[in-house]
Design a protein around this ligand. Structure first.
Ligand code: NAP
Length: 320
């Protein structure tokens, strides 16, 4: 078994005042749960209570007054839906993913709060030669509106004097099926239950991750003063096809669930893209060595461990 060193897993030495925006989402839900499990206080207003697209800088500054760390997961995240607003700088995607982030940065700067902003692998070109991708790589988003908006927000934060962490995540998967945002494991699981085929890309190099690991990693970063860009994902480079097969295998072998393997079909990235609404980068697997150098190995687990945990939690919920 690989030896692990967890350098900093306390997440915070003291008890800073935390505010999470977008805490009802796929990643945000796991983050708020993690903070609560730690026994820490967190403010997690709803979209309606804290709308970064609609509030003014002054209103945001008032709401974050006294907060030490603001963690922003609020975003328009459906890539194909975002594409319908392409070129619309007054549309909801730009107002949320770019202007909203700029307002948060200004309010955090004024209030001397740290801003932890969640970004995406889609700011990268996805070139196979540079894979797995490091934080030092020049951003070069494929021309989708979602990717452009996420890249623009990063540029704004990097040129601001705010104490900011940009945490790029990719392909999060969770076990809370009450959350609106779907992920690839939930899609394959539900498709299998309904007797429907699921096509999974087998030639695209990615590093997906369990939202529970992402939550721990985001909190470790939030407690650090090494501001900048962080890649957060499993260290295991894989494909969605392999990840899906392993997750389902754990459900079958460890939890006696019935899986119809005939419904799981491998496809190619090019075939998928021929039906997709917006362009997507191909090989965006992350190099997470910067994170591991700062926080040790073990917070971001190898994919088999994440998937075994995911399967155990899915099986548990099935029994309830
Ligand atoms: N999901 C992915 O595959 C993926 C991949 C890479 C990076 N990311 C990034 O990870 C972050 C979190 O993504 P996610 O998948 O957890 O997203 P999600 O499930 O779609 O959640 C987005 C959250 O933001 C809230 N929100 C949307 N617009 C808002 C606004 N104007 N003001 C305040 N809150 C607003 C939503 O509230 P309501 O639901 O109530 O509207 C929800 O709580 C995002 O920055 C995303 O770009 C996601």
């Amino acid at each position: 078994m690989q030896e692990r060193t967890i350098k900093e897993n306390k997440e915070f030495e003291s008890s800073p005042k935390l505010l999470v925006i977008g805490g009802s989402g796929l990643v945000g839900g796991a983050l708020v749960s993690r903070i609560s499990e730690n026994g820490q206080l967190v403010l997690a207003p709803t979209h309606q209570e804290f709308d970064i697209a609609e509030l003014s800088i002054g209103e945001i500054a008032k709401k974050i007054n006294g907060t030490d760390v603001v963690i922003n997961l609020a975003a328009q995240t459906e890539v194909d839906v975002c594409e319908k607003e392409k070129g619309d700088f007054g549309g909801m995607v730009w107002k949320t993913n770019v202007v909203g982030v700029e307002k948060l940065a200004k309010a955090c700067l004024a209030g001397d709060a740290t801003l932890v902003h969640i970004s995406s692998d889609y700011v990268l070109s996805g070139s196979e030669q540079l894979c797995p991708h490091k934080e030092t790589e020049k951003i070069d988003p494929i021309t989708s509106w979602y990717a452009k908006s996420k890249a623009e927000a990063e540029k704004i934060l990097l040129s601001s004097r705010v104490k900011a962490h940009i945490v790029r995540v990719q392909r999060p998967f969770g076990d809370d099926f009450n959350i609106k945002r779907r992920d690839f494991l939930r899609n394959v699981y539900e498709a299998n239950r309904l007797g429907k085929k699921f096509f999974a890309i087998a030639d695209q190099k990615l590093t997906p991750g369990y939202v529970k690991d992402y939550a721990k990693a985001i909190l470790a970063i939030a407690g650090s003063q090494h501001y900048g860009i962080w890649h957060v994902a499993t260290p295991t480079v894989t494909t969605i096809y392999d990840a899906v097969c392993l997750g389902l295998k754990y459900l079958e072998q460890n939890h006696h669930q019935i899986i119809d393997w005939n419904l799981i079909k491998a496809t190619t990235f090019d075939e998928f893209m021929s039906h997709a609404g917006a362009p997507r980068p191909k090989d965006t697997a992350f190099d997470v060595s910067k994170f591991e150098r700062h926080f040790g190995q073990g917070i971001l687990r190898p994919l088999p461990e994440m998937l075994a945990d995911w399967a155990a939690n899915i099986a548990l919920y099935e029994q309830i």
